[in-house]
Design a protein around this ligand. Structure first.
Ligand SMILES: NC(=O)C1=CN([C@@H]2O[C@H](COP(=O)(O)OP(=O)(O)OC[C@H]3O[C@@H](n4cnc5c(N)ncnc54)[C@H](OP(=O)(O)O)[C@@H]3O)[C@@H](O)[C@H]2O)C=CC1
Ligand SMILES: C[C@H]1O[C@H](OP(=O)(O)OP(=O)(O)OC[C@H]2O[C@@H](n3cnc4c(=O)[nH]c(N)nc43)[C@H](O)[C@@H]2O)[C@@H](O)[C@@H](O)C1=O
Length: 313
């Protein structure tokens, strides 16, 4: 990409898309197009075709998707598989029909087998059974990866696929029913402190481990891959270390300054026991995550205090 390239960010208001948008603007990219889902529903093929024919973007960051935490995935599997298959199929095919120079597709580490050896290397894709709580979402994501690979093989396109680990940062989803664990805990511990509540309830047993990447780091990695990677194989994006959900709760509790207890609701699912990604490939290409977790957590809490509280109160 050069600074005048016409770049379309699909999903620019979300956690990932907004971070890519901020990063590209900061780096001096001047010709960026964005549309909200109200203005352009990417599930609608005709609308997507018209948009691509009219705008003719040269580069596409595909960060629009139906996304959610463990309970949302478990309760709305039809929405997760249908919306994601439609969005990615429409955008990838319209990119091909309109000679998009390069596209970056965002998958997720849930594409790997539930019990994959740790850390999970890119070649572990399709080597075992998926985690049941998010299998429909994971299958849509695997279809997206295979669609990019197949278009590259058959049509000579340059569509690359990045697999980020669990993410957090500005514009996260703080809805307690549909969010991921980290934004949920920021909100739960904050509200418990405000209300002097005796305990905070976390889901599952607290024993699963997760890896967390700050969204600004992910945005940098996505732009790095767009500018430096043309391979047909997926690339993991992570930090290289993980933490148990129980310890995450203790860390969030400390950052917020809450003094009550933590209880675990074991009727809620744990999900996959561990999903640490192997980061040798992206590190070898020349990119490494910069934000230490403790610093990212404080930034995310500050963002929550400054931007989210007025919305949820
Ligand atoms: N969050 C995470 O922890 C992780 C996310 N990822 C991947 O990163 C990508 C982005 O996720 P994230 O930023 O967290 O998700 P968000 O839910 O924060 O944002 C999703 C974005 O997609 C847009 N969108 C959803 N449906 C449609 C639609 N029908 N038409 C047009 N736009 C739509 C929304 O647009 P609008 O705001 O205008 O409604 C929104 O901006 C996804 O592919 C996800 O799988 C991967 C690993 C972890
Ligand atoms: C990014 C990734 O995100 C999802 O997978 P997940 O990592 O399992 O999701 P999660 O963040 O919701 O939970 C992580 C862990 O945390 C525990 N947990 C405790 N307390 C709360 C809590 O209050 N809320 C939530 N959401 N989880 C909690 C929870 O029980 C689980 O053990 C999929 O969408 C998947 O498709 C995907 O790609």
């Amino acid at each position: 990409m050069n600074k005048q390239s016409k770049i379309y960010i699909a999903g620019h208001r979300g956690l990932v898309g907004s971070a890519i948008y901020r990063y590209l603007l900061k780096e001096g990219y001047k010709n960026i197009i964005v549309k909200t889902s109200k203005e352009l529903d990417l599930r609608n093929k005709e609308a997507v075709d018209n948009f691509f024919e009219r705008e003719k973007p040269e580069y596409v960051f595909l960060a629009a998707a139906k996304v959610g935490g463990i309970i949302a995935n478990n309760e709305y599997p039809a929405d997760f598989i249908r919306d994601n298959l439609l969005i990615q199929t429409n955008v990838i095919h319209a990119s091909y029909c309109n000679q998009v120079e390069k596209l970056l597709f965002l998958g997720s580490t849930c594409i790997y087998p539930k019990l994959a050896p740790q850390p999970m290397k890119e070649e572990y894709l399709l080597t075992g059974e998926l985690e049941p709580t998010n299998e429909p979402y994971a299958i849509a994501k695997i279809a997206g990866i295979k669609m990019c690979e197949s278009y590259n093989r058959q049509y000579g396109t340059k569509y690359i696929s990045a697999m980020p680990t669990n993410l957090y940062g500005p514009n996260d989803n703080f809805d307690l029913h549909t969010s991921h664990v980290l934004p949920a805990l920021l909100r739960k511990f904050h509200e418990a402190k405000e209300k002097n509540a005796p305990f905070v309830e976390m889901w599952g047993t607290g024993t699963p481990k997760r890896e967390f990447l700050y969204s600004d780091d992910l945005a940098e990695a996505c732009v790095f891959l767009m500018n430096n990677y043309d391979g047909n194989e997926i690339v993991n994006i992570g930090v290289g270390n993980d933490i148990s959900i129980k310890d995450l709760g203790e860390k969030v509790k400390a950052v917020i300054g809450y003094e009550g207890d933590i209880k675990f609701d074991t009727t809620k699912p744990d999900g996959t026991p561990r999903k640490l990604v192997a980061v040798e490939k992206i590190n070898g290409l020349g990119w490494k995550a910069a934000t230490p977790f403790d610093e990212g957590l404080k930034k995310a809490y500050r963002w929550f205090l400054e931007n989210e509280l007025t919305k949820i109160n």
